[in-house]
Design a protein around this ligand. Structure first.
Ligand code: DP6
Length: 421
């Protein structure tokens, strides 16, 4: 390790990675330590402008230990998952030289340098929106950049997988498949891109962040209990998912929304059925989630073919995928009829791509109050103000990117400490 300019230096890299939502779910591990799943899964990557993690990583000879700050708070890096990601990236680090700064780091020297990591989510971590997927994908991607790791996205995905299973799918944009693999060492359990974000531009995603006071069972412990106790999980993994994944790949390739929506809804429902089949049963959805399912099902039925797909992860939030913008605007009207905002402020009730509000003709709270009852629904007199915290309107998005604008780095380029600390 050498630096022309004697004294202190810090080397930084910043990256941004998206979150993803599975349309064929991963639920259950065959190896807990390596995070190897019992079935393949398929996801869509969400637009990082709306849902992503930004991470700055730094190395410096002056750092005394590996340290990490998440959303401004220092957190421990001692957990096995962080350690696996750090170890695997360091193993693949290559020689690096920055002639201008006079910094030269040999392959074998990376091991001796401690890292500082600062990460920030542009959405509330507590909202239960797959923050670990974006977080680990971003950590692995950005560390890889810093340490000059060869750009092999399959390999990066297998490292991100060891942070959190679903994180391996956030290494790509668009439509992504996580192939479960067969090998015991997990080297073939990697994500591949099925199609990029430009492949099916019509799709619009509306997320209902559902209010919940209940402390949820984490995915990690929930799926462990399911593997140990649910007979339905075995049937799902061995018999249902393999053919469903093939059909899903076809649907994506052919822009076949009807099949895409039917498969997505069926898979979400089966995943939650596995949760109910677990002992003790796990309830991730609540009454609001069920009301949203019923609204979508009735509308799809009345139209004669699916307009919207729904999917729910390990929590009550609904992720709704509309076939196009016109449908998304109609969906928003129906949702806001039943779930109007508490206060008068419409613009903080829908975040992300706010232009969907004007597409739906909703410019003020008075427009929401004047919405007609969805004709396909039988119950019109009841509204559920306060049951949805807010909505996010988004679309499919790209995979991780380097952030070159140094002003967006989360660590100070001289001290290597969080900015503002
Ligand atoms: C329901 O990836 O959070 O969102 O691998 O234990 O970190 P760990 O679990 P995680 O589980 C995600 C489960 C899911 C379905 C999915 O994303 O496929």
């Amino acid at each position: 390790m050498a630096s022309e300019a004697e004294g202190q230096w810090a080397l930084l890299a910043t990256g941004r990675a998206p979150t993803n939502i599975a349309v064929i779910k991963y639920w259950g591990k065959r190896d807990e330590a390596l995070i190897l799943p019992v079935n393949d899964s398929v996801s869509v990557t969400l637009d990082p402008d709306h849902l992503s993690a930004t991470t700055t990583v730094a190395v410096s000879p002056s750092f005394a230990s590996d340290s990490m700050w998440l959303n401004g708070k220092e957190i421990s890096l001692s957990g096995g998952r962080f350690q696996s990601c750090l170890r695997e990236i360091r193993r693949r680090a290559r020689d690096f030289e920055d002639e201008k700064k006079g910094i030269k780091i040999k392959k074998e020297d990376w091991e001796k340098l401690h890292v500082h990591i600062a990460s920030y989510n542009n959405f509330p971590t507590a909202a239960g929106l797959a923050s670990s997927a974006a977080g680990f994908a971003c950590l692995v991607f950005t560390l890889g950049k810093l340490m000059n790791v060869k750009e092999d996205y399959g390999e990066l995905s297998s490292i991100a997988r060891q942070g959190s299973g679903s994180a391996c799918r956030s290494i790509y944009g668009g439509f992504v498949k996580w192939c479960m693999g067969k090998k015991d060492d997990g080297s073939d359990s990697i994500a591949v891109q099925l199609a990029d974000e430009a492949h099916w531009k019509d799709l619009v995603i509306i997320i209902a962040v559902v209010s919940s006071k209940q402390k949820e069972t984490s995915s990690t412990s929930g799926m462990r209990d399911s593997v140990e106790t649910s007979p339905l999980l075995q049937y799902r993994a061995q018999t249902v998912v393999p053919s469903r994944v093939l059909k899903m790949e076809e649907a994506i390739k052919n822009h076949d929304f009807e099949s895409f929506a039917k498969l997505t809804c069926a898979d979400s429902n089966q995943f939650h059925a596995v949760c109910l089949d677990t002992s003790p049963p796990i309830f991730y959805m609540n009454d609001t989630s069920h009301r949203i399912i019923s609204l979508v099902e009735k509308w799809n039925h009345s139209e004669g073919c699916p307009q919207v797909a729904y999917t729910f992860d390990a929590g009550p939030n609904a992720v709704l995928i509309a076939r196009d913008r016109k449908t998304a605007a109609l969906l928003l009207q129906k949702l806001l009829y039943y779930f109007p905002p508490h206060g008068k402020d419409l613009s903080s009730y829908l975040v992300g791509d706010k232009s969907i509000l004007s597409d739906a003709g909703l410019h003020s709270i008075e427009d929401v109050e004047a919405l007609p009852a969805p004709p396909e629904m039988k119950i019109h007199d009841q509204k559920f103000k306060g049951d949805v915290s807010y909505f996010i309107c988004s679309r499919l998005g790209a995979g991780p990117k380097v952030v070159t604008d140094e002003s967006q780095a989360l660590l100070n380029s001289i001290t290597g400490l969080p900015k503002g600390a």
